[in-house]
Design a binder for this molecule. Structure first.
Ligand code: FES
Ligand code: FES
Length: 160
């Protein structure tokens, strides 16, 4: 069956099976491989995107459910000329990544948090990231990066 949606501001459509996950539609159908698949069972958050402005794990929804939806992936976060947005730049500056596998999901989760809570506390950040697993960083520098992206001091972030 055919599904049409807007992805990163561009109208796209494709033939999918009823069981095709949004994550597969994006990666295989649209070649947007910045959306990573770590588990395919809604556990790790690596596949996090925004659908109609809300954070969602793209392995948890079928593409056909999203007819007419507006989807933003990590590829839609930087400016067209490649300039990183504030969250991406903060991850770079504060070393909020090591292998980078979790990073697209972390950035998308952080963007959703800052949209609703522009100045989150450290504990609000840690709570918000509970659905996003990072096996490398220990989260410390990720939290710092999100604090910095929200314009808050990072010096007091606890080394947990
Ligand atoms: S791949 Fe979707 S939550 Fe892990
Ligand atoms: S940076 Fe490697 S999983 Fe997070």
């Amino acid at each position: 069956m055919k599904v049409t949606m807007k992805v990163n501001g561009r109208q796209v459509s494709g033939e999918v099976e009823g069981r095709t996950l949004l994550s597969s539609f994006l990666r295989e159908g649209q070649e947007l491989t910045g959306t990573h698949i770590g588990c395919d069972t809604s556990q790790c958050g690596a596949c996090t995107v925004h659908v109609n402005g809300k954070q969602i794990k793209s392995c948890s929804v079928f593409a056909v459910e999203l007819e007419g939806a507006e989807v933003t992936t990590i590829e839609g976060m930087a400016a067209p000329d490649g300039t990183l947005n504030a969250i991406q730049a903060a991850f770079q500056e504060y070393h909020g990544l090591q292998c980078g596998f979790c990073t697209p999901g972390m950035v998308m989760a952080a963007a959703a948090l800052l949209k609703d809570t522009p100045k989150p506390t450290e504990s609000q950040i840690r709570e918000h990231l509970q659905g996003n697993i990072c096996r490398c960083t220990g989260y410390h520098n990720i939290v710092k990066a999100i604090m910095a992206a929200s314009g808050q001091p990072v010096a007091a972030v606890a080394a947990e």
